[in-house]
Each structure stands twice: as structure tokens, then as C-alpha cells.
Design a protein around this ligand. Structure first.
Ligand SMILES: [Zn+2]
Ligand SMILES: [Zn+2]
Length: 292
């Protein structure tokens, strides 16, 4: 099982990889730049080399990069479109340089021009930006809670974008358990998860799905409100997390925790708790190790 967590690269890429290893994770996700900002520092070749070595040494299997929230792929504003294209280009290039295979983006928000116009805009930006992108990283659109004017709360919206982008450009999908739950999916039972998988197969297809943000939800199913909760402490609950990690398709995805932790050490406990839910795992019935 690949289980990572969202970590800061504020002290550099190699330090983040070391931290992931220390926390007992075998992958991690990071913001490519300040999530609420835009600028990015230059990345020396020596740091890239050190990072790659550290990824090997720590046994990290899959890392993911997350684009900043300030990127709105669905904006019809020319200035915001330019920014989105610039960030996509730079951050995919950087992901390729450091060896990160998955780059996650929120589909964005729509404005006065309406949802359909924005979906077309997302597709247009992806089509032009990904055409010349370096080989390697896969840009994944995230499933969202569908809060307000957020794009991506319905699978159909993502399928529509992917259809418009066309077959020459490969777009992946990042599931988010808390977002899907808030968007109305039953994430708490095998039947519910099978229903979700069937709907995915009927829309953009399962092969698009590359990863999952494994989060519990503070808000109720169908609330369309995006509020993450610690694993097992929210509305999805530990039984739901167990259903997810034991699902034959969902449980095989690289999983990344984005819990509202006070301290990264809590990610270590959560990852351990998640592993214990896997049936057949010898630790299945043991209590989570609170001493970690
Ligand atoms: Zn996200
Ligand atoms: Zn979220």
C-alpha cells in the first residue's frame, strides 16, 4: 500500500523527503508553490539531485505535487488564464525535473459566464498547456465537493472537460474521499464505493484515476462543504476508511492524507491506523499505536 501525506517543502525538497521517511510514509504530496500565492524560488540542480537520492533512501514510491489554489483553470479572465497557463507550464516542468509523477490541480471556479463556458475554458487551458509539457508527470484534476461555484463536484463535469481536451492529451483524475462524500457519494460502505466506481467507469473511465486524497469529512454526506477531518474521526468514520482501503480498486491507489493535523507526527499515527484497516494485515485487530 502506498500511503503518503501532505508535507511542506518550506525547508527544501530533500528535507521533506527525509521527513516523509521519518513519519513512516512511502510517499508525500507538496504544494508546488505558496498555495495562496504565486511566486516560486529557483531550484538548484544540486537540490534536485539530493532530493532524488533522498527519495530512494527513504523508499518513497510515489510523490505528488499540488498546484496552488490561486490557479483557476476555469476563469474567463485573460489575466487569470495567463497565470494558470504559466503555473501549469512551470510546475509540470519542475515536477518532471524532480521526478514527481502526479500533479494535482483543482478544476477551478465558474463566474458570471456560467458553468459550461468555464468547463470549456478548463479544457482549452489544459489542451494548450499539456500539449508541449515534458514527458513524465500526469496532470490530475481533483474531484471536488461542489461548494458554491466550484467546478468538479459532479463526475460529469470532469468527464465533459476530458472529452473536450481530446485523446492527444492525457489528463488524470485525483479522487478525494472527503470531497466525494460531501458531493453526495456514500464512501462508508462497499456498496457505496462500488456505485462510485461504476459511475466513474460510465463517465471518464477508471483508467484515468491515478491517486486518492484519503480524508475523513467534518461535514455531512451531500453537504457540498469541503471540510477535512482526522482519519476515523469524521462522518466517513473508520469503517468507511476500512471499506476504501480494502476495495479492490480504490485500495490500490496511492493514498495521500490531508488531515487537519496540529503536528506532522499525527500523520504517522494516521498512516499506521490506515494500514491496520487492511484485511489480512497482521496488525488488523491491534489498537493504533498512540505512542508513535
Ligand atoms: Zn486539492
Ligand atoms: Zn478538500
Amino acid at each position: 500500500m502506498i500511503i503518503g501525506a501532505h508535507l511542506s517543502i518550506g525547508r527544501g525538497y530533500p528535507a521533506a523527503a527525509r521527513q516523509a521517511g521519518r513519519l513512516g510514509l512511502n510517499g508525500f504530496q507538496y504544494f508546488t508553490r505558496n498555495p495562496r500565492g504565486g511566486s516560486v524560488r529557483s531550484l538548484p540542480d544540486a537540490e534536485i539531485e539530493k532530493f532524488k537520492q533522498e527519495v530512494q533512501r527513504q523508499g518513497l514510491k510515489v510523490n505528488a505535487a499540488h498546484l496552488p489554489y490561486t490557479v483557476n483553470l476555469g476563469s474567463v479572465d485573460e489575466r487569470l488564464q495567463q497565470f494558470a497557463r504559466l503555473v501549469l507550464k512551470e510546475d509540470l516542468k519542475r515536477a518532471a525535473a524532480v521526478g514527481t509523477p502526479l500533479v494535482v490541480a483543482h478544476p477551478g471556479h465558474y463566474g458570471e459566464a456560467g458553468l459550461e463556458r468555464s468547463l470549456e475554458q478548463v479544457a482549452a487551458v489544459l489542451k494548450t498547456s499539456l500539449k508541449d509539457a515534458p514527458a513524465g508527470p500526469c496532470l490530475c484534476l481533483e474531484t471536488m465537493a461542489g461548494q458554491g461555484r466550484e467546478i468538479g463536484g459532479r463526475l460529469e463535469e470532469l468527464a465533459y472537460i476530458i472529452d473536450l481536451v481530446g485523446p492527444e492529451v492525457k489528463v488524470g483524475i485525483c479522487l478525494d474521499s472527503a470531497h466525494l462524500f460531501a458531493a453526495g457519494w456514500d464512501m462508508g460502505s462497499r456498496e457505496g464505493l462500488d456505485e462510485l466506481v461504476a459511475a466513474i467507469r460510465a463517465s471518464f473511465g477508471w483508467e484515468r484515476v491515478k491517486m486518492m486524497h484519503l480524508n475523513d469529512s467534518k461535514t455531512a454526506r451531500g453537504s457540498r462543504r469541503d471540510r477535512h477531518e482526522r482519519i476515523g474521526q469524521g462522518e466517513i468514520g473508520l469503517a468507511g476508511i476500512r471499506a476504501i482501503v480494502n476495495h479492490p480498486l480504490l485500495g490500490r491507489l496511492p493514498l495521500f492524507l490531508e488531515s487537519p493535523v496540529d503536528d506532522y507526527k499525527q500523520y504517522q499515527q494516521e498512516a499506521q491506523l490506515v494500514r491496520e484497516q487492511v484485511r489480512g494485515n497482521k496488525n488488523e485487530n491491534s489498537a493504533p499505536n498512540r505512542g508513535l
